[in-house]
Design a protein around this ligand. Structure first.
Ligand SMILES: Nc1nc(=O)c2c([nH]1)NC[C@@H]1CN(c3ccc(C(=O)N[C@@H](CCC(=O)O)C(=O)O)cc3)CN21
Ligand SMILES: CC(C)C(=O)C(=O)O
Ligand SMILES: [Mg+2]
Length: 275
Protein backbone atom coordinates (compact mmCIF):
# COMPACT_ATOMS: atom_id res chain seq x y z
CA UNK A 1 0.00 0.00 0.00
CA UNK A 2 1.24 3.47 -0.90
CA UNK A 3 2.13 5.59 2.14
CA UNK A 4 1.21 9.27 2.09
CA UNK A 5 1.03 12.08 4.61
CA UNK A 6 -2.68 11.19 4.87
CA UNK A 7 -2.12 7.47 5.60
CA UNK A 8 0.49 8.13 8.30
CA UNK A 9 -1.90 10.56 10.01
CA UNK A 10 -4.65 7.90 9.79
CA UNK A 11 -2.25 5.34 11.31
CA UNK A 12 -1.98 7.53 14.42
CA UNK A 13 -5.77 7.84 14.61
CA UNK A 14 -6.07 4.03 14.49
CA UNK A 15 -3.29 3.58 17.05
CA UNK A 16 -0.99 1.83 14.53
CA UNK A 17 2.76 2.37 14.81
CA UNK A 18 4.62 4.02 11.93
CA UNK A 19 8.04 2.77 10.80
CA UNK A 20 10.82 4.88 9.32
CA UNK A 21 14.43 4.11 8.38
CA UNK A 22 17.07 6.18 6.67
CA UNK A 23 18.36 5.36 3.17
CA UNK A 24 20.78 7.22 0.95
CA UNK A 25 20.86 5.21 -2.29
CA UNK A 26 18.79 3.20 -4.76
CA UNK A 27 19.52 -0.39 -3.75
CA UNK A 28 19.13 0.16 0.00
CA UNK A 29 15.93 2.16 -0.52
CA UNK A 30 14.55 -0.70 -2.60
CA UNK A 31 15.26 -3.28 0.15
CA UNK A 32 13.71 -1.07 2.84
CA UNK A 33 10.68 -0.30 0.67
CA UNK A 34 10.16 -3.99 -0.13
CA UNK A 35 10.31 -4.76 3.62
CA UNK A 36 7.19 -2.62 4.02
CA UNK A 37 8.71 0.26 6.00
CA UNK A 38 6.25 3.21 5.90
CA UNK A 39 8.67 6.12 5.49
CA UNK A 40 12.24 6.51 4.22
CA UNK A 41 14.29 9.43 5.50
CA UNK A 42 17.14 10.68 3.36
CA UNK A 43 18.81 12.07 6.47
CA UNK A 44 21.57 14.63 6.56
CA UNK A 45 23.20 11.91 8.69
CA UNK A 46 24.46 10.92 5.23
CA UNK A 47 27.27 13.40 5.89
CA UNK A 48 28.45 11.14 8.71
CA UNK A 49 27.55 7.59 7.64
CA UNK A 50 28.07 7.93 3.86
CA UNK A 51 30.57 10.78 3.52
CA UNK A 52 32.63 10.42 6.71
CA UNK A 53 32.25 13.93 8.16
CA UNK A 54 32.26 14.28 11.98
CA UNK A 55 28.87 16.02 12.01
CA UNK A 56 26.05 16.97 9.62
CA UNK A 57 27.01 20.64 9.10
CA UNK A 58 28.91 20.29 5.80
CA UNK A 59 26.09 18.53 3.92
CA UNK A 60 24.96 20.57 0.89
CA UNK A 61 21.73 20.89 -1.08
CA UNK A 62 23.54 19.18 -3.97
CA UNK A 63 24.42 16.21 -1.70
CA UNK A 64 20.79 15.95 -0.56
CA UNK A 65 19.32 16.17 -4.07
CA UNK A 66 21.82 13.63 -5.42
CA UNK A 67 20.99 11.05 -2.73
CA UNK A 68 17.25 11.79 -2.55
CA UNK A 69 16.77 11.22 -6.28
CA UNK A 70 18.63 7.87 -6.00
CA UNK A 71 16.36 6.83 -3.11
CA UNK A 72 13.19 7.99 -4.88
CA UNK A 73 14.03 5.79 -7.89
CA UNK A 74 14.17 2.73 -5.60
CA UNK A 75 10.89 3.32 -3.77
CA UNK A 76 7.36 2.17 -4.66
CA UNK A 77 5.35 2.48 -1.45
CA UNK A 78 7.33 4.27 1.26
CA UNK A 79 6.92 8.01 1.80
CA UNK A 80 10.24 9.67 0.92
CA UNK A 81 11.26 12.46 3.33
CA UNK A 82 14.43 14.51 2.70
CA UNK A 83 16.29 16.45 5.38
CA UNK A 84 16.87 20.13 4.68
CA UNK A 85 20.63 20.55 5.23
CA UNK A 86 22.24 23.13 7.51
CA UNK A 87 21.85 26.70 6.15
CA UNK A 88 19.29 25.71 3.49
CA UNK A 89 16.38 27.12 5.56
CA UNK A 90 17.80 29.00 8.58
CA UNK A 91 18.70 32.05 6.46
CA UNK A 92 15.17 33.08 5.44
CA UNK A 93 11.62 31.94 4.72
CA UNK A 94 12.40 32.53 1.03
CA UNK A 95 15.43 30.21 1.11
CA UNK A 96 13.39 27.61 3.01
CA UNK A 97 10.66 27.50 0.35
CA UNK A 98 13.16 27.58 -2.52
CA UNK A 99 15.26 24.72 -1.11
CA UNK A 100 12.27 22.63 0.00
CA UNK A 101 11.04 23.02 -3.57
CA UNK A 102 14.36 21.82 -4.98
CA UNK A 103 14.24 18.69 -2.77
CA UNK A 104 10.76 17.91 -4.09
CA UNK A 105 11.28 18.99 -7.73
CA UNK A 106 14.84 17.76 -8.36
CA UNK A 107 15.14 15.10 -5.60
CA UNK A 108 11.53 13.84 -5.89
CA UNK A 109 11.09 13.87 -2.11
CA UNK A 110 7.45 13.72 -1.01
CA UNK A 111 8.09 15.73 2.18
CA UNK A 112 10.97 17.65 3.74
CA UNK A 113 12.24 17.71 7.33
CA UNK A 114 13.78 20.64 9.16
CA UNK A 115 15.20 20.98 12.67
CA UNK A 116 13.59 23.44 15.06
CA UNK A 117 10.42 24.70 16.69
CA UNK A 118 8.81 28.11 17.08
CA UNK A 119 11.74 29.94 15.46
CA UNK A 120 10.85 28.17 12.18
CA UNK A 121 7.03 28.32 12.39
CA UNK A 122 6.92 30.90 9.57
CA UNK A 123 9.20 28.73 7.44
CA UNK A 124 6.97 25.67 8.03
CA UNK A 125 3.85 27.70 7.15
CA UNK A 126 5.38 29.00 3.93
CA UNK A 127 6.71 25.60 2.77
CA UNK A 128 3.35 24.02 3.60
CA UNK A 129 1.58 26.79 1.65
CA UNK A 130 3.66 25.73 -1.36
CA UNK A 131 2.08 22.24 -1.03
CA UNK A 132 5.28 20.70 0.31
CA UNK A 133 4.60 18.63 3.45
CA UNK A 134 6.96 19.41 6.35
CA UNK A 135 8.18 17.09 9.09
CA UNK A 136 9.58 18.98 12.09
CA UNK A 137 12.46 17.69 14.27
CA UNK A 138 12.77 18.59 17.97
CA UNK A 139 15.00 17.57 20.88
CA UNK A 140 18.58 16.74 19.94
CA UNK A 141 18.78 18.63 16.65
CA UNK A 142 22.25 17.74 15.32
CA UNK A 143 22.57 20.93 13.24
CA UNK A 144 22.66 22.82 16.59
CA UNK A 145 25.69 20.80 17.74
CA UNK A 146 27.84 23.89 18.31
CA UNK A 147 25.04 25.75 20.10
CA UNK A 148 24.32 22.77 22.40
CA UNK A 149 28.01 22.02 23.06
CA UNK A 150 27.70 18.43 21.80
CA UNK A 151 25.19 15.66 20.95
CA UNK A 152 23.21 15.73 24.23
CA UNK A 153 19.74 14.68 25.42
CA UNK A 154 17.38 17.70 25.41
CA UNK A 155 14.31 18.68 27.43
CA UNK A 156 15.30 17.46 30.91
CA UNK A 157 14.62 20.61 32.98
CA UNK A 158 11.06 21.86 33.54
CA UNK A 159 11.72 24.93 31.38
CA UNK A 160 13.26 22.87 28.57
CA UNK A 161 10.48 20.27 28.74
CA UNK A 162 7.79 22.97 28.61
CA UNK A 163 9.54 24.69 25.70
CA UNK A 164 9.73 21.39 23.79
CA UNK A 165 6.01 20.67 24.33
CA UNK A 166 5.09 24.21 23.23
CA UNK A 167 7.38 23.95 20.20
CA UNK A 168 5.65 20.71 19.20
CA UNK A 169 2.24 22.38 19.45
CA UNK A 170 3.43 25.43 17.52
CA UNK A 171 4.87 23.41 14.63
CA UNK A 172 1.69 21.31 14.47
CA UNK A 173 -0.32 24.54 14.31
CA UNK A 174 2.04 25.81 11.59
CA UNK A 175 1.17 22.78 9.44
CA UNK A 176 3.82 20.12 10.16
CA UNK A 177 2.58 16.64 9.16
CA UNK A 178 4.74 14.76 11.69
CA UNK A 179 7.44 15.44 14.28
CA UNK A 180 10.69 13.59 14.85
CA UNK A 181 11.63 13.57 18.56
CA UNK A 182 15.34 12.81 18.97
CA UNK A 183 16.89 11.99 22.36
CA UNK A 184 13.92 13.27 24.36
CA UNK A 185 13.14 11.69 27.76
CA UNK A 186 10.53 8.94 27.22
CA UNK A 187 7.89 10.42 29.52
CA UNK A 188 8.12 13.82 27.83
CA UNK A 189 7.84 12.16 24.39
CA UNK A 190 4.72 10.31 25.65
CA UNK A 191 3.14 13.57 26.79
CA UNK A 192 3.92 15.30 23.48
CA UNK A 193 2.51 12.29 21.60
CA UNK A 194 -0.74 12.44 23.56
CA UNK A 195 -1.17 16.20 23.10
CA UNK A 196 -0.60 16.21 19.33
CA UNK A 197 -2.86 15.14 16.47
CA UNK A 198 0.08 14.53 14.09
CA UNK A 199 2.33 11.49 14.53
CA UNK A 200 5.50 11.66 16.60
CA UNK A 201 8.42 9.59 15.32
CA UNK A 202 10.96 8.83 18.01
CA UNK A 203 14.69 8.12 17.97
CA UNK A 204 15.88 7.73 21.53
CA UNK A 205 12.46 8.96 22.69
CA UNK A 206 10.86 5.78 24.08
CA UNK A 207 8.13 3.36 23.05
CA UNK A 208 5.16 5.71 23.36
CA UNK A 209 5.89 7.72 20.22
CA UNK A 210 3.57 6.99 17.29
CA UNK A 211 6.51 5.70 15.26
CA UNK A 212 10.23 5.01 15.34
CA UNK A 213 13.19 5.92 13.12
CA UNK A 214 16.76 4.62 13.07
CA UNK A 215 19.79 5.15 10.85
CA UNK A 216 20.05 1.87 8.90
CA UNK A 217 23.82 1.50 9.41
CA UNK A 218 23.24 1.63 13.18
CA UNK A 219 20.52 -1.06 13.26
CA UNK A 220 22.52 -3.28 10.89
CA UNK A 221 25.75 -2.82 12.93
CA UNK A 222 27.56 -1.37 9.92
CA UNK A 223 28.77 1.87 11.54
CA UNK A 224 31.42 1.64 14.23
CA UNK A 225 32.40 5.30 14.78
CA UNK A 226 29.94 5.69 17.69
CA UNK A 227 26.92 3.88 19.11
CA UNK A 228 24.19 5.99 20.71
CA UNK A 229 22.24 4.39 23.58
CA UNK A 230 19.01 4.28 21.55
CA UNK A 231 20.42 1.93 18.91
CA UNK A 232 19.39 -1.73 18.89
CA UNK A 233 21.37 -4.05 16.61
CA UNK A 234 18.79 -5.90 14.49
CA UNK A 235 21.47 -7.60 12.41
CA UNK A 236 25.24 -8.10 12.31
CA UNK A 237 25.51 -7.05 8.69
CA UNK A 238 28.83 -5.20 9.10
CA UNK A 239 30.53 -8.40 10.32
CA UNK A 240 28.82 -10.46 7.59
CA UNK A 241 30.04 -8.02 4.93
CA UNK A 242 33.60 -8.01 6.25
CA UNK A 243 33.61 -11.83 6.26
CA UNK A 244 32.40 -11.91 2.63
CA UNK A 245 35.14 -9.43 1.61
CA UNK A 246 37.76 -11.61 3.34
CA UNK A 247 36.41 -14.79 1.66
CA UNK A 248 36.59 -13.07 -1.74
CA UNK A 249 40.15 -11.94 -1.04
CA UNK A 250 41.24 -15.47 0.01
CA UNK A 251 39.63 -17.13 -3.02
CA UNK A 252 41.16 -14.68 -5.48
CA UNK A 253 44.59 -15.11 -3.94
CA UNK A 254 44.19 -18.93 -3.84
CA UNK A 255 43.00 -18.97 -7.49
CA UNK A 256 39.70 -20.69 -6.62
CA UNK A 257 37.61 -17.71 -7.76
CA UNK A 258 36.53 -17.35 -10.52
CA UNK A 259 35.52 -21.01 -11.07
CA UNK A 260 34.58 -22.41 -14.55
CA UNK A 261 30.88 -21.52 -13.99
CA UNK A 262 31.82 -17.81 -13.67
CA UNK A 263 33.74 -17.91 -16.96
CA UNK A 264 32.80 -17.30 -20.66
CA UNK A 265 33.67 -19.93 -23.30
CA UNK A 266 35.11 -19.72 -26.79
CA UNK A 267 35.65 -22.60 -29.32
CA UNK A 268 39.16 -24.10 -28.97
CA UNK A 269 39.81 -23.90 -32.75
CA UNK A 270 39.31 -20.13 -32.70
CA UNK A 271 41.95 -19.73 -30.00
CA UNK A 272 44.36 -22.23 -31.61
CA UNK A 273 44.59 -19.99 -34.69
CA UNK A 274 45.85 -17.14 -32.53
CA UNK A 275 48.74 -19.09 -30.93
N1 LIG B 1 25.04 6.87 12.65
C1 LIG B 1 24.27 7.86 13.03
N2 LIG B 1 23.20 7.60 13.81
C2 LIG B 1 22.39 8.60 14.25
O1 LIG B 1 21.41 8.31 14.95
C3 LIG B 1 22.69 9.93 13.84
C4 LIG B 1 23.80 10.16 13.01
N3 LIG B 1 24.58 9.12 12.63
N4 LIG B 1 24.11 11.40 12.57
C5 LIG B 1 23.17 12.47 12.75
C6 LIG B 1 22.52 12.35 14.06
C7 LIG B 1 23.49 12.57 15.20
N5 LIG B 1 22.91 11.72 16.22
C8 LIG B 1 23.44 11.46 17.46
C9 LIG B 1 24.80 11.41 17.64
C10 LIG B 1 25.34 11.13 18.88
C11 LIG B 1 24.51 10.87 19.94
C12 LIG B 1 25.09 10.56 21.28
O2 LIG B 1 26.29 10.55 21.46
N6 LIG B 1 24.24 10.29 22.28
C13 LIG B 1 24.57 9.89 23.62
C14 LIG B 1 23.72 10.71 24.56
C15 LIG B 1 24.49 11.67 25.39
C16 LIG B 1 23.63 12.22 26.53
O3 LIG B 1 23.31 11.41 27.44
O4 LIG B 1 23.28 13.41 26.51
C17 LIG B 1 24.15 8.43 23.83
O5 LIG B 1 24.78 7.77 24.63
O6 LIG B 1 23.18 8.00 23.19
C18 LIG B 1 23.13 10.90 19.75
C19 LIG B 1 22.62 11.20 18.50
C20 LIG B 1 21.73 11.07 15.71
N7 LIG B 1 21.95 11.04 14.31
C1 LIG C 1 18.44 10.65 12.87
C2 LIG C 1 17.42 11.13 11.91
C3 LIG C 1 16.14 11.52 12.57
C4 LIG C 1 17.96 12.26 11.05
O1 LIG C 1 17.60 13.39 11.12
C5 LIG C 1 19.02 11.89 10.10
O2 LIG C 1 19.22 10.69 9.82
O3 LIG C 1 19.65 12.82 9.57
MG1 LIG D 1 18.91 14.73 10.14
Amino acid sequence: MKNTVVTIREAKERGEKVTMLTAYDYSMAKLIDEAGINMILVGDSLGMVMLGYEDTLSVTMEDMIHHTSAVARGVKNALVVADMPFMSYQTSVYDAVLNAGRLMKEGRAQAVKLEGGREFADHIRAITAASIPVVAHLGLTPQSLNAFGGFKVQGKSEAAARKLLEDAQIVEEAGAVAIVLECVPAKLAKLVTEKLHIPTIGIGAGADCDGQVLVYQDMLSMFGDFKPKFVKRFGEVGAAMKEAFQNYSEEVKAGTFPAPEHTFKIDDDVIEKLY
